[in-house]
Design a binder for this molecule. Sequence first.
Ligand SMILES: Nc1ncnc2c1ncn2[C@@H]1O[C@H](COP(=O)(O)OP(=O)(O)OP(=O)(O)O)[C@@H](O)[C@H]1O
Ligand SMILES: [Mg+2]
Length: 348
Amino acid sequence: MIVAENLVKEFRLTERKPGLVGSLSTLFTREHRIVRAVDDVSFTIPAGSKTAYIGANGAGKSTTIKMLTGIMTPTGGRCLVRGIEPYRHRQANARSIGVVFGQRSQLWWDLSVPDSFRILRRIYDVPDPVYRRNLTLYRELLDIDALGTTPVRQLSLGQRMRAEIAASLLHDPAVVFWDEPTIGLDMVLKDAVRHLVNHVHRELGTTVVLTSHDIADIAAICDSALVVDRGRVVHQGSIRDLLRTAERRSVVFDHRGGPDPGHACARIEQELPGVHASPAEDGRIKVDYPVDRFTSRQVLAFLLERFDLADCYAPEPDLEDVLRRIYAGGRSAPRTTGVAGPGQGDAA
Ligand SMILES: Nc1ncnc2c1ncn2[C@@H]1O[C@H](COP(=O)(O)OP(=O)(O)OP(=O)(O)O)[C@@H](O)[C@H]1O
Ligand SMILES: [Mg+2]
């Protein structure tokens, strides 16, 4: 189980004024700006769940994951990963977690992938059968042998990500934190990675925490979602619950006889204000309605009365639409406060 209790992370940045005079004045009086990247965040991620940590660029996802993996210490509050405060007990925490930061390599740049794996095997004391089983899996799914003995720094982004993903799972960790793991991967490899993590979760009950800007990753891997907006949690629950927050839903129907699709759409929009009707594939019609004005029952009753329905279904709301609305609502920099006075810029 992973717990965050009123977790806060602030960064103190030195404001530099433009120009030479400005730069010199920075030496004497330093203006600071506090960036609150994680703002009083509390959540519980149950063991064995697959949670998407979702939010717009700059929402505070990576910063939270850095605290959960022990790389950064919180400014306030605390977090626990399987009962351990990660930044206080980095080594104990490292044994039970696997980490991928798509933006930053966890591997040794001058070593080849097989050499890195051999070192990781020693560090984590991975038993022979586990090591062999996992290598077989990575050969099969990630074509890991094709990376050869090239040093990591000479690998392409996609090649390096395959190695990073494999390395994060090599010791059968109880929890994996994957921060943008599919960055740079082609479609086939993305599928393989989704398959791999689902396989590992099924076999070992691994807890998965994933951030990704690829909605397909979230849909293919996660059952729960934690949505953050400007450092704050705005939704926590199942993906299904998240979809229920959609402001618009739709019904697709097919009808016999009656007006042609163009006329049918015009009629629906005229009689149901705020509804958008459009011809869908195979002559079907898609009716898109705002949930604060109509219930699905009302829309269906209207369609049954006006048309001779041959078929009708309600597609799931689109996760991308739901997230787009949340992101658009908070599309701005995180909360900042100006602080003047002596001191130094602080990056961690
Ligand atoms: N080391 C740092 N020093 C100063 N500010 C930082 C630092 N790391 C992050 N920030 C700021 O904190 C905020 C949150 O950044 P973070 O990297 O956690 O966002 P994110 O949700 O992972 O975004 P993305 O989707 O772009 O990866 C941003 O405004 C960022 O500029
Ligand atoms: Mg990030």
